[in-house]
Design a protein around this ligand. Structure first.
Ligand SMILES: C[S@@+](CC[C@H](N)C(=O)[O-])C[C@H]1O[C@@H](n2cnc3c(N)ncnc32)[C@H](O)[C@@H]1O
Length: 294
């Protein structure tokens, strides 16, 4: 289909409202954006509160769950032997700092400035052997010589397939021979469920998208051909009427596709686990754990 001619971005609240009303549906996967703006300084400052909240598991899990995950990886996968660990999309360093406290030397990569600042503070205060890199994991210099690399809490599916493939290649090169990869992606069913969710909305005095009163409308789309779910956000500022738009797309993969992808990118001994505790976690049906060797 021919693409409509490029239009100037809307300049007034009314133009933004009209653009929202005349939006194209369904959007093509990734057409309207890669992800929510984790790397925007203000968004990341607001999101940090959610990462650290002990009221919910929305951006990062609560501390007792992270403790259990780190214990399983340290005891069962690493046999309690210190190694070098690379955590991609590390957020505020909640996993990394725990691994470092157990004697591992860690590198965390994330492009959220507030998260990385918080993580560096944890490392300083705890005198932990952690290095944090503020960068996009698709481009960062990841270094080499790792015994373990992790990409957890469902973020793998956010990447376009070509980027996901590139990340796997880069992680493979950064791991020692026999080093372990832990991926924690969404299940196929969970991605499809995102795409089939109804429209929803909320209003808030402040939240991750704004410090001011706003409403947020979320639309979801399942593209059965691309097997990708897109979530679109319209955030309307109550005082000005201005509307900001964001979108994120999740690629769905079956278990066999995850296995094939890992093998295609040089990994072996691919094993599936129901959760990062090794056993079934009824609170986390949307994600699964894949462990593979470089
Ligand atoms: C759901 S949070 C999980 C954070 C952390 N892994 C945890 O479980 O506490 C996803 C993280 O991935 C990061 N992220 C997403 N895309 C990224 C990219 N392209 N490069 C670097 N970080 C990214 C976000 O900034 C965010 O911190």
């Amino acid at each position: 289909m021919p693409r409509p001619p490029e239009q100037d971005p809307p300049e007034t609240a009314l133009e933004e409202l009209l653009e929202a009303v005349e939006r194209s549906s369904p959007p093509a996967p990734w057409e309207e954006g890669d992800n929510i703006p984790w790397n925007d300084p203000e968004f990341s400052r607001r999101m940090l509160r959610e990462h650290l909240s002990q009221e919910h598991d929305a951006a990062s899990r609560r501390s007792p769950t992270i403790d259990r995950h780190v214990a399983w990886v340290h005891d069962e996968l690493l046999g309690r032997s210190p190694t070098r660990i690379l955590d991609l999309g590390c957020g505020p360093g909640l996993y990394v700092s725990r691994f470092a406290a157990l004697g591992h030397e860690c590198v965390g990569v994330d492009y959220s400035p507030a998260s990385i600042e918080h993580a560096r503070g944890l490392a300083r205060d705890g005198e932990l052997r952690c290095t944090y890199i503020l960068s996009d994991i698709r481009e960062a210099d990841l270094g080499s010589g790792y015994g373990l690399a992790t990409l957890i809490y469902g973020e793998f599916n956010i990447f376009r397939p070509a980027d996901a493939a590139r990340i796997l290649d880069r992680v493979k090169s950064s791991l020692d021979d026999g080093g372990i990869l832990i991926l924690e992606p969404h299940t196929y069913a969970a991605v499809r469920e995102i795409g089939r969710s109804p429209v929803s909305w909320y209003s808030a005095d402040a939240g991750v998208f704004s410090d001011e009163p706003h409403i947020c409308v979320r639309e979801h789309f399942w593209d059965a051909d691309a097997r990708a779910a897109t979530r679109r956000f319209y955030v309307g500022d109550v005082a000005s009427g201005r509307i900001s738009r964001y979108a994120q797309t999740f690629q769905a993969y079956t278990r066999q596709e995850y296995r094939d992808l890992l093998v295609e990118h040089g990994f072996r001994a691919v094993k599936f686990h129901p959760s990062l505790t090794g056993g079934v976690d009824p609170d986390e049906p949307a994600v699964m754990v894949i462990v593979a060797r470089a």
